[in-house]
Design a protein around this ligand. Sequence first.
Ligand SMILES: NC(=O)c1ccc[n+]([C@@H]2O[C@H](COP(=O)([O-])OP(=O)(O)OC[C@H]3O[C@@H](n4cnc5c(N)ncnc54)[C@H](OP(=O)(O)O)[C@@H]3O)[C@@H](O)[C@H]2O)c1
Length: 271
Amino acid sequence: MSTALDAAPFEIAGKTRVLGILAHPTDHVKAPPGINRIARERAKDAVMVPFNVPPDGLGSVVNAFRSILTFNGSIVTVPHKQAILAFCDEVTPQARAVGAANVIRREPDGRIVGAQLDGIGFIRGLYHQGIELEGRSVHLSGAGGAASAIAFALGEAKVARLTLNNRSRDKLVAIRAKLQEMFPAVDVAIGTIDPRGHDIVVNGTTLGMRPADPLPIDETGLTADMVVAEVIMEPEITPLLAFAQTVGCKIHLGRHMLDHQLQLMADFLGL
Ligand SMILES: NC(=O)c1ccc[n+]([C@@H]2O[C@H](COP(=O)([O-])OP(=O)(O)OC[C@H]3O[C@@H](n4cnc5c(N)ncnc54)[C@H](OP(=O)(O)O)[C@@H]3O)[C@@H](O)[C@H]2O)c1
């Protein structure tokens, strides 16, 4: 269907706001077309471009951003998500808790603010599909960037009970301690791969990206009343989701997390 937006080609001009995506390499970044589409939908004169910056150049690039008056901010991805915190003047509580930011904004005075929207994007995706979180029990696998962001967002969403599972158990001890400090009302436990007894089961690991991967959980613990959610976007139906469908579970795709995160990033970047 063609719209008025299609009829008016976008041109970069002197007032165009510049947004970036900081990565190394940038060949496979997915966000620019999505953010540029959102800018057109919101009728904003702004464009996102890739900045392929090796780790040793990150500090000087962020310092240069402070002096670029047409610059709104940048998405931050691999390998800069953790390192970027050291170059921010201010960091949101979510980014501080996770120890990583995935977006930075330049304030009018040149200060750089870092935020972490992975977890909030995931939660928004669930809400949008009609899946409530307050008072519910969640089994979460993983302790990397995505899973820890989701864990803190689940705390904010007031789940009643959160069970953490990961191959490397030491990471879970630290995440649990921080969750208990920030969300004392949430019952946080370190569990096993068995998801029995939970309302919502989340895979926050990379298991499922490669065909030979084992499932992240003991699939015999799934029951039809559960929601099974993924962070993995490719393949869209992971072996875990395929199995969950055979059990009769409601499934939730990884792409919902990205879709909602792009909208949140666009808001944060002033679009
Ligand atoms: N949908 C979205 O918007 C979105 C956003 C961000 C990320 N993601 C996806 O989320 C996934 C995780 O990303 P991430 O940034 O969190 O990665 P990460 O920081 O590298 O964490 C990887 C996690 O997977 C676990 N893992 C990896 N290989 C394993 C194996 N062979 N056996 C058991 N566990 C294993 C790791 O366990 P250990 O701690 O033991 O190493 C860790 O918990 C990726 O698929 C990524 O594409 C999606």
